[in-house]
Design a protein around this ligand. Sequence first.
Ligand code: GDP
Length: 222
Amino acid sequence: MSDAPVKRPNYRQAMFLTSASRLQQCPADTGWEVAFAGRSNAGKSSAINALTGNRKLARTSKTPGRTQLLNFFSLSDDQRLVDLPGYGFAKVPERIKLEWTRQIEQYLQKRQSLRGMVLMMDIRRPLQDFDRVMLDWSAAAAMPVHVLLTKADKLKKGPAKSTLLQVQAELADQSDLVSVQLFSALKNSGLPELSAVLDAWLTDSSVLDDEDEIVDSDAAAP
Ligand code: GDP
């Protein structure tokens, strides 16, 4: 693995870098990156938009011709976000779905710079079959996964919270590398929690620890 990035990323600086329809077309496997995945319509583009404050970015990934495999966005020279294709999309021919599946599995297993995956699931339909496949592949690669239960505004507070607890309990049984949170792009809620997870994945921990110490010592000052 290459040297750890020493700067906390600024998600508002995300810029479209390149698309890859095959793994060989990915940018050099240096620095650190985080992938975004989920069923089509789970709210992946809306979450990326909310995080980066840039409506055009994730739309880029939906532009015909760019929907193939991976879309890379740079945050800095050595930090990237990667948008994986939405799965379960009925209009994609079976042959292409199989090819995507194979390539995504390879990407998750082989990509050295990949630090973690954000997995979007509609809070009304969490843990569908292919969500579980993605979780299994990530566990096999010992890669952390952060689940966003999206469109949390579609449920009242109580049911949203109980879905969160159920999904957390089920995933905790399977892996200690999985975390789960509620998210709503519509209400702009859940962003600080998401940024904190991404910061930890994309930044050398000693940098974040130092920053925390500075904050702590400020807090302790008279
Ligand atoms: P993608 O296919 O996973 O990229 O999903 P999109 O981000 O395009 O969202 C799919 C649909 O869900 C769109 O109609 C969005 O407006 C809607 N949506 C996305 N996020 C939210 C949310 O937080 N709340 C609500 N109520 N709708 C959302």
